[in-house]
Ligand binder design. Structure first.
Ligand SMILES: Nc1ncnc2c1ncn2[C@@H]1O[C@H](COP(=O)(O)OP(=O)(O)OP(=O)(O)O)[C@@H](O)[C@H]1O
Ligand SMILES: Cc1ncc(COP(=O)(O)O)c(N)n1
Length: 500
């Protein structure tokens, strides 16, 4: 059922923050969006000019107009401006008791302008006791816990734990205000922390990210998604929204994110089919990025034994993957396409051979995740057509090129896996992944709707297999695993299949 989600917040006439951002977010994530206005704010991407606050009785009238008529599945609270408004909202919440209440304790806009009276900070602290999830940024967390703003992640986790303990609410700790290439968030309760890693987008299009994230959380929780899972999904979606924000060319200050990036990526007709598939796999990709193996590979803390075990499986995978690349080449109609897939197969085979020689030693047995992935490719190659097969082969290229581009941000000369990081961040590999995408798009253009549906399942299944492949390398090292000379070999480690 479509969740009915109410935003109670201030306005932003340029559409990037406040109620306007909330409505877009709720709609983009599949909810039915409603809005009660607390304050009218004359603002743009550069700053706030003035604030007009209607009488508190009118806020209560709006709230009651909604709740007297509509069953509300979740409420998101944003800018509440001053104590009388906060108290009116708390009274209404106690009466209506919506199943999910998320509070973004908006205090100061990115531009530095105050959106909450200073004397109302105590009222916001009290309101935390009436809600399920609080989503403070670091300065807001400091105000709520009456401390100095945290400057490290550990400090911030400590403050979030204190807030969760004192209020009884779950806290979504946001790392946006910390420095560094990562941009992690976490779900924090009095006795548990669930971190969700994220990458920092180098962009000034971050106006309204807090509003957007909190309404995304409300929408996902309204359909019964637990907080940690909701944060994984909301964050993957928001990061892509930030990626696409600058292309909107809205305003001269901190621009908005693109809430409808996925809609724009969805092809009218079939052009850009692969982009649509990519967007659809955002959840799975977020789980890949978040899994222990990938995170440790990126920051260099991965145990060499686990890396060796992964490479042994990867070599087995590549040997068989090459067979299906050859088959994709033989089924292709264009000469350029035949050449691309065939070269990719040759490249995969030489990589497999190199892995065996330098990294793996004795042949290993395929593990369950490797077997499941190869079974899927085999079944697709035998049972499906050309389009289905190339759709199944694409995630291996694209995901690795994407991971390479992200993880290489943490590279440094002493990184133990620097070769792996550089291999997949290599522009020629990115170009090969791009060609593979173009060829899959071409196949989608030529396919019937039924064939495209099969291509879609093949692509999605491969993406899930990629996740399982990384997760299988996740458990602690087996005692019989052969150690690899991580970082000491001159071999290029891994799954490079550039068709060159
Ligand atoms: N440059 C960025 N790249 C990726 N994610 C970001 C970036 N900046 C913020 N985020 C994410 O956006 C969300 C909001 O984070 P932030 O800490 O900036 O909150 P905020 O200050 O309340 O936001 P707002 O800009 O609306 O005031 C978090 O999920 C955070 O990790
Ligand atoms: C009505 C309203 N609510 C919230 C924000 C905070 O968003 P940001 O910090 O990104 O400016 C805002 N600017 N306006």
């Amino acid at each position: 059922m479509t969740p009915r989600v109410l935003s109670v917040a201030g306005t932003d006439p340029t559409g990037g923050a406040g109620i306007q951002a909330d409505l877009k977010t709720i709609g983009a994530l599949g909810g039915y969006a409603m809005a009660v206005v607390t304050a009218l704010v004359a603002q743009n991407t550069r700053g706030v000019r003035s604030v007009h606050v209607p009488p508190v009785s009118f806020l209560t009238e709006q709230l009651e107009a909604v709740s007297d008529d509509v069953e509300i599945d979740a409420v998101k609270l944003g800018m509440l401006h001053s104590t009388p408004l906060i108290d009116a909202v708390a009274t209404w919440l106690d009466r209506v008791r919506p199943p999910v209440v998320v509070l973004d304790p908006v205090m100061v806009a990115t531009s530095g302008d105050r959106l909450l009276d200073e004397e109302a900070e105590a009222a916001i602290r009290r309101l935390c006791h009436h809600v399920d999830l609080v989503t403070p940024n670091l300065p807001e967390l400091a105000v709520l816990t009456e401390r100095a703003p945290a400057t490290t992640w550990d400090d911030a986790v400590g403050q979030a734990t204190d807030l969760a303990t004192a209020s009884g609410a779950t806290v979504l700790l946001k790392g946006g205000h910390l420095a560094g290439a990562a941009c992690d968030d976490a779900i924090v309760t009095a006795d548990a922390i669930h971190s969700v890693p994220g990458r920092r987008v180098r962009s000034t299009s971050t106006h309204g990210t807090g509003c957007t994230l909190s309404s995304a959380m409300a929408t996902l929780a309204a359909s019964g998604t637990p907080w940690p899972e909701a944060l994984h999904r909301a964050k993957a979606w928001l990061t892509e929204a930030i990626d696409h924000g600058a292309a909107l060319r809205v305003g001269q200050g901190n621009g908005p994110v693109d809430h409808f990036h996925a809609l724009r990526a969805q092809p009218s007709g079939t052009t850009g089919w692969s982009t649509w598939m990519w967007e659809e796999s955002a959840d799975v990709r977020a789980r890949v990025e978040a899994c222990d193996f990938v995170r440790r590979l990126g920051d260099g803390s991965l145990e060499p034994e686990r890396f060796a075990r992964y490479l042994a499986q990867d070599a087995l995978y590549l040997g068989e993957y090459a067979r299906w690349l050859v088959r994709a080449g033989s089924l292709a109609t264009g000469a350029d396409e035949r050449l691309f897939w065939t070269r990719a197969a040759a490249s995969a085979l030489s990589e497999e051979e190199r892995l065996h020689r330098h990294w793996v030693g004795e042949p290993a047995e395929p593990g369950p995740a490797t077997r499941a992935y190869l079974d899927h490719l085999r079944a697709t190659a035998h049972g499906g057509g050309h389009g289905e097969l190339v759709a199944a082969l694409l995630p291996c290229y694209w995901l690795y090129a994407d991971l390479g581009a992200r993880l290489v941000l943490g590279d440094h000369p002493a990184h133990p896996y620097t070769q792996w990081l550089r291999l997949y961040a290599d522009p020629t590999f990115a170009a090969a992944a791009r060609t593979a995408r173009d060829l899959v798009d071409r196949a989608a253009d030529a396919a019937t709707p039924a064939e495209r549906a099969r291509m879609r399942s093949a692509f999605a299944r491969s993406m899930v297999c990629e996740l399982a492949f990384f997760e299988a390398a996740g458990p602690p090292p087996l005692s019989d695993a052969r150690p690899a000379a991580a970082g000491s070999s001159s071999a290029s480690p891994g799954r490079r299949v550039a068709g060159r």
